[in-house]
Ligand binder design. Structure first.
Ligand code: DC
Length: 220
């Protein structure tokens, strides 16, 4: 496999567990590249919506994923040249991403794109199946968890900070529905790899979680 000697840290976990923030900070500290794999499912969902793709047609949605006109430039995510970093964070897009992510053809369509992020000097990859399916040979695998209440509060704050409206009760229900779908799907379900280190961040700040991941990595 190309680049298989490049170190990878995988950070998987449920929605709003803080894995995106932790992954970003760990990548910064180590000078590694970052793969936000959820963004690829969100981009596919957004592009499918924008192109009026029949969401019941698995192959058609997979084709959208395979042909994403996406470029990652600095911190920006450009879809057909437009910065969609904000648009893909909408709950509507996240919910649709979770639905299309259950389709095997869509996961297959995004497989190669994800492997391509494994570039020197290293990669931090966050998602649901980074340690189990995409990078099974990762140097360090972390599985982040947090209580559903803690995660709903984080997502609420995230949405409000980004200028979206949010409602706590609706968020809790959305989160539970997404956990259920992401955990129970037949292909690449959300689950810790057998050799993953578990980190519960319900009562833990981001700094502490970042230090813990770096400490584990330093032991490898
Ligand atoms: O991490 P996120 O909330 O941005 O991800 C959006 C959706 O994409 C999530 O509900 C499930 C799906 N996803 C996935 O199935 N596999 C991944 N590796 C990452 C995300």
């Amino acid at each position: 496999m190309p680049n298989s000697n490049v170190p990878v840290i995988t950070i998987d976990g449920p929605t709003a567990s803080g894995k995106g923030t932790v992954a970003t900070r760990v990548a910064e500290r180590l000078g590694f590249h970052l793969l936000d794999s959820g963004a690829l499912y969100r981009l596919t969902a957004l592009q499918a919506l924008r192109t009026g793709t029949d969401l019941a047609d698995e192959q058609a949605v997979a084709t959208v994923g395979a042909r994403l006109p996406v470029r990652f430039v600095g911190g920006e995510i450009l879809l057909a040249g437009e910065d969609v970093g904000h648009a893909i964070r909408a709950e509507e897009v996240g919910n649709l991403a979770s639905k299309i992510a259950a389709l095997p053809a869509v996961r297959q369509a995004l497989f190669g794109l994800q492997l391509g992020f494994r570039q020197a000097p290293g990669l931090v990859a966050d998602g649901r199946d980074m340690g189990t399916v995409i990078f099974p040979t990762a140097t360090l695998k972390v599985f982040l968890t947090a209580s559903v209440e803690a995660r709903a509060q984080r997502r609420y704050k995230q949405l409000i900070d980004k200028g979206f409206s949010a409602n706590m009760e609706g968020l809790l229900m959305d989160l539970q529905a997404r956990d259920e779908r992401d955990t129970n799907r037949a292909v690449a379900p959300l689950a810790p790899a057998a050799d993953a280190y578990l980190l519960d961040t319900s009562e833990m700040g981001v700094d502490q979680a970042v230090e813990q991941v770096l400490a584990w990595y330093a032991q490898k």
